[in-house]
Design a protein around this ligand. Structure first.
Ligand SMILES: [Zn+2]
Length: 465
């Protein structure tokens, strides 16, 4: 069995920071020993990685990506191959993507389609959530089977009427089913019926620029939907995970629910922490690059999100990676912001941006690892195989240089999209080497992985319940 030793680094997990050497055998972590001790120096190994001056982190877990997702007549620009390669470059070694149920079809058919897209193409490991578009007797029954085989979370939409939207009755039925089968309902919480009225009115009045995308998707309509989702989950006796929380008042709703002891969880994304409506208002249709839903908010919301992450009102930072090229895709919405494909690239830069938050004093190092690695793994039934560095865990390990400086740019990123939402941003910290189950994927800033290394991960149920 091949043995690797990572020596001299600072191992950072959600709970500890220790100067320890790490022994990897057959794709798993088998031991940690204090650096410089006889125990550590006696290890024989086929490969030794010097991590002096570096952090040794568990591989990132991005629980919200949309590779090759169909939206508004086009597809997200990253395939499972390009998207997981970009993830690896950024120190993310697990993604959980969303298989989609087509209206009128079974969950199984949607899941099979997504397996076919991903199978044999991923550079790192991957699992699936299921998007429930059509809640009916047969899809409710199918939920039980999916949970049993490792697809344990189901996304529903209070937004996008006519596409993914479910009304309150359908949402309640799905939540009741989840409360019985151990599934976790993930909610896109925005009042899409009301938003569509405001979209129609804005367009009729000639307000067609990208900035109005943010205008019509009101804070109140995110907060209202979040509140309603919490109450429906409470009635159903089900846990709830609210995806891409962007508004301060939505954080308040989640905090209030948690204060009551309800099993309600919240996720936010780097774009809400680092970007704002100022970006949406960039001139010359540049704002289209930042069109996503929930939308970017005025800058003052950021401090509430950071506080939520520190206080554990929000537990996870995922990317909602859903890239569309500016040229040819985002441009479909020139003259009508409602036709701009919703989504932004981000899978490559989540770990770095959150490290910058450590440098800036928003988060501790351990909280960084917790919200980016450990909590998403626990939330979606992958811990401790993923999300930590401990004996028995998969050897998904990132050697991270905390002092390296880099400038984020479309010129140098690895996502298959023609712009960066963070173009020109200087950040401190960079991935040096990445192992996936003990196998190098990135080695000293060179890609040495391959499509098909990544394997499918059947998941357990939420480990916070
Ligand atoms: Zn999404």
């Amino acid at each position: 069995m091949s043995r690797t030793v990572i020596h001299g680094g600072l191992v950072v997990t959600a709970s500890d920071e220790i100067h320890a050497d790490v022994l990897i055998e057959g794709g798993r972590i088998v031991a940690l020993a204090a650096h410089g001790t006889d125990a550590a120096t006696s290890w024989s190994a086929d490969r030794r990685i010097d991590a002096t001056g570096m952090y040794v982190l568990p591989g990132g877990v991005d629980a919200h990506t949309h590779m090759e997702m169909p939206f508004g007549g086009t597809y997200a620009a990253d395939t499972f191959e390009t998207g997981t390669r970009a993830a690896a470059w950024g120190g993310t070694t697990t993604i959980v993507d969303f298989a989609i149920q087509t209206m009128g079809r079974s969950l199984r058919e949607g899941l099979d389609t997504w397996h076919a897209k991903a199978d044999g193409r991923c550079a790192v490991d991957y699992g699936f959530h299921m998007i429930l578009s059509d809640v009916n007797e047969s899809s409710l029954k199918e939920m039980d089977r999916l949970v049993a085989e490792g697809v344990t979370s189901f996304k529903l939409f209070m937004a996008y009427p006519g596409v993914f939207y479910s009304d309150d009755g359908r949402i309640l039925r799905a939540m009741q089913r989840a409360s019985g089968n151990g599934g976790l309902v993930m909610m896109h919480a925005e009042n899409g019926i009301a938003i569509d009225v405001l979209v129609e009115q804005a367009l009729a009045e000639g307000r067609t620029d990208p900035r109005y995308h943010g205008d019509v998707r009101k804070v109140a309509l995110e907060a209202e939907a979040t509140h309603r989702a919490v109450q429906l989950a409470r009635v159903a006796g089900a846990p709830l995970y609210v995806v891409h929380v962007s508004a301060d008042e939505a954080v308040d709703e989640i905090a209030a629910a948690r204060h009551k002891g309800l099993p309600v969880f919240g996720e936010t994304c780097p774009q809400y922490l680092f970007l704002s409506t100022d970006n949406l208002a960039e001139p010359g249709f540049e704002g289209a690059k930042y069109v996503c839903s929930t939308p970017l908010r005025p800058r003052e919301h950021q401090e509430v999100l950071w506080r939520g992450l520190r206080n554990n009102e929000l537990q996870v930072v995922s990317t909602d990676h859903c890239p569309f090229c500016f040229s040819g895709q985002k441009e479909m919405g020139r003259g009508d912001f409602s036709k701009i494909p919703n989504g932004m690239p981000g899978v490559e830069h989540r770990m770095d941006l959150l490290h910058q938050a450590v440098v800036d004093g928003h988060l501790s190092r351990r909280r960084w690892v917790e919200i980016a690695c450990a909590s998403p793994a626990r939330m979606f039934g992958l811990y401790p195989k993923k999300g930590t560095i401990a004996p028995g865990a998969d050897a998904d390990v990132v050697i991270y240089d905390p002092g390296a400086e880099q400038t984020i740019s479309a010129e140098t990123h690895h996502m298959a999209v023609d712009y960066s939402a963070y173009e020109g941003r200087r950040v401190t910290g960079q991935v040096r080497t990445v192992l996936s189950r003990g196998v190098p994927v990135i080695e000293d800033r060179a890609y040495v992985g391959h499509a098909g290394h990544g394997t499918y991960l059947p998941r357990g149920t939420c480990q916070y319940l």
